[in-house]
Ligand binder design. Structure first.
Ligand SMILES: CC(C)(COP(=O)(O)OP(=O)(O)OC[C@H]1O[C@@H](n2cnc3c(N)ncnc32)[C@H](O)[C@@H]1OP(=O)(O)O)[C@@H](O)C(=O)NCCC(=O)NCCS
Length: 217
């Protein structure tokens, strides 16, 4: 089971909502007064607007992790592992996290097992055909109009969420992984245990988004 949350007032809702299980929080980013750690400043891109967006995402991730662990946000440290995957470095815990976002929106996912999340604007774009598995191309080629516009972001967010749960991102060849419209995952190079998976639509500041989350055993 995945617990999906949006536009929360984290002070009131999150501690109760995010205590256990897999939780995904999708939010519009706002300025945050939480002071960045030296690691946050070092890992942030060097220039705005990417730097500001990263620091707001990181501050929000620290608050969400703090709420889950029942500690002060100032005591939470998050860093990137060698592959770029985010990790909770302090306090010591078995919590796994995943992050997705752009300038002014973000999704943060947490679970006790490897987890991946991806969130994308839900709008019609031409699929990047060369990055798709043949099965995915077949699915999309049989669809037209709204059906294709709906299917592609689902397939793509699910694939990115799975690649993040593996901790590999696009270090893996995305054409070797086929996502189905029922969120089936065919991986030609691995046989992972999928504990849970799902999609959810969010409306953030009036814009439609689709988020996918995968938790591995
Ligand atoms: C992970 C990846 C799929 C994310 O793609 P994206 O759509 O651009 O960005 P998203 O906003 O959805 O996700 C960004 C988050 O992914 C996370 N991430 C990065 N590398 C990751 C990895 N290997 N595993 C899991 N998560 C990863 C980071 O937490 C990052 O957020 P942060 O910088 O705020 O901490 C992509 O950046 C990737 O594959 N990176 C690693 C490999 C790489 O850089 N290859 C070279 C390009 S082909």
């Amino acid at each position: 089971m995945i617990s999906w949350r949006d536009e929360i007032s984290w002070r009131d809702d999150l501690p109760a909502a995010a205590r256990d299980g897999a939780t995904v929080v999708a939010l519009s980013l706002r300025e945050d007064h939480l002071a960045p750690t030296p690691r946050d400043l070092q890992e942030a891109p060097s220039r705005d607007p990417a730097r500001g967006a990263f620091l707001r995402r990181r501050a929000l991730s620290r608050r969400i992790v703090a709420a889950r662990l029942g500690v002060a946000p100032q005591s939470v440290e998050i860093g990137h592992g060698p592959s770029g995957a985010p990790r909770v470095l302090a306090p010591s815990s078995s919590l796994k996290i995943s992050v997705s976002g752009r300038a002014d929106f973000c999704a943060v996912a947490m679970a006790e097992s490897p987890i991946g999340v991806d969130i994308e604007p839900s709008r019609a774009i031409e699929p990047p055909w060369s990055l798709l598995h043949p099965n995915e191309r077949n699915i999309l080629e049989t669809l037209t109009g709204e059906a294709r516009a709906d299917a592609f972001p689902r397939l793509w967010t699910a694939k990115e969420a799975y690649l993040k749960a593996l901790g590999l991102g696009f270090a893996r060849d995305p054409t070797k992984i086929a996502i189905g419209l029922d969120f089936s995952i065919l991986d030609e190079e691995a046989a992972p245990t999928i504990l849970t998976r799902g999609w959810r639509r969010f409306v953030l500041r009036g814009e439609d988004f689709i988020a996918a989350c995968v938790v591995l055993g």
